[in-house]
Design a protein around this ligand. Structure first.
Ligand code: ZN
Ligand code: ZN
Length: 346
């Protein structure tokens, strides 16, 4: 049947192959989907069942701040990708860093938010989905450039989507969520979880601001920084459940009973403002096998500058996890080093 189908269509095949190759180089996600569709069609015509998709190796990479890349080798999901690492306004209580020889400009709140495209383009070639936890510049500044370059779907709050819209990203690429959704994307499913921002400035940080519609690029850093409420994400990908936070807080009732095998836990110093932050988290999640600390580095300095001070501060978090959940493995990630997942839960 397959051969007959092929020979009957032989004249058209070269055109189809050329179109598919063109698609593969221009729109790889579309090409792979169309290839999968064609495979299923051939199988249906020949009376065979399509091959059952085997679980694939999932791996993660830390990109600094709250940024991660998660992939199974085909689908690429980014979380809060922030590779520009500009010298922007520091979080409350942190000084503007002075690195000898660092001649980069210092940005104020009313300066245009200009991404470092050299840094982004050298490290991000493809992406299918970008999940954004909240609208702060260290989470959203690079998202318009990455979305335009890759065609990735951007998932985030109305505030985040309004920031991205200012850069004329097509509406088909935008999925607005508020928390509570549980969506199926085929290769993975995504539970969107209402969450809370880090209690910065000794709990005085609070923002009910949200980015308005109809803004026009280029935005200032202030326009990119209204929070617009905070989300967490549970990504079910092959046999893994990856729970990703974008900062140092959570709503306990929203996460109780989840059983992720990997948790990206906000591990910056402001977590100590919260009552039993690590203990409640570990118990609520049933003592997850793997914890990867996130949002603990100094994102105002380039990747090449030592993070030794931040790594030392992080040790108190590692000890907290070890004390409450001795079987949990904690990996302190290095930038862009692959962390393959071997853990899973029944
Ligand atoms: Zn923030
Ligand atoms: Zn942040």
């Amino acid at each position: 049947m397959f051969l007959r189908w092929c020979s009957a269509c032989y004249d058209g095949q070269l055109d189809v192959a050329a179109t598919w190759l063109e698609m593969f180089f221009c729109r790889p996600k579309l090409a792979l989907n169309s290839f999968a569709l064609a495979t299923n069609l051939v199988c249906a015509l020949s009376g065979q069942s399509p091959p059952i998709e085997k679980p694939r190796q999932v791996s993660l990479e830390y990109m600094g701040a709250a940024g991660w890349r998660i992939t199974d080798g085909t689908t690429i999901i980014l979380i809060d990708p922030y590779l520009s690492r500009i010298i922007g306004p520091p979080p409350p209580g942190r000084p503007v860093p002075h690195v000898p020889g660092d001649t980069r400009p210092v940005y104020g709140w009313d300066d245009a938010a200009v991404p470092n495209v050299t840094s982004i383009d050298s490290r991000i070639k493809r992406a299918d989905f970008i999940l954004v936890t909240h609208t702060h510049y260290d989470h959203v500044l690079d998202v318009p450039h990455i979305a335009l370059k890759t065609g990735a779907t951007v998932i985030g709050t109305e505030s985040t989507e309004n920031v991205v819209r200012a850069y004329d990203i097509p509406e088909e690429q935008l999925i607005t969520v508020r928390g509570g959704e549980d969506y199926n994307f085929g290769t993975f499913t995504l539970k969107v979880i209402p969450s809370l921002h880090s209690p910065l400035d000794h709990k005085h940080y609070f923002s009910s601001a949200t980015a308005p519609a109809n803004m026009k690029a280029p935005l200032t850093l202030r326009q990119m920084h209204p929070e617009g409420s905070t989300l967490a994400y549970l990504i079910r990908f092959h046999r893994h459940q990856i729970l990703a936070f974008g900062g140092m807080n959570y709503i306990e009732r929203e996460i109780e009973g989840l059983r992720p095998d990997v948790v990206l836990v906000g591990a910056g110093a402001s977590r100590t403002e919260i009552y039993d932050y690590t203990g409640r988290l570990m118990r609520d999640l049933g003592f997850p096998p793997l914890v990867l600390p996130t949002h603990w580095d100094n994102f105002l300095v380039p990747y090449e500058v030592s993070q030794q001070d931040s790594v030392e501060s992080l040790q108190s978090f590692v000890r907290e996890v070890n004390a409450i959940s001795p079987k949990t493995k904690v990996i302190v990630p290095k930038y862009f080093e692959l962390i393959p997942l071997y853990t899973s839960r029944p």
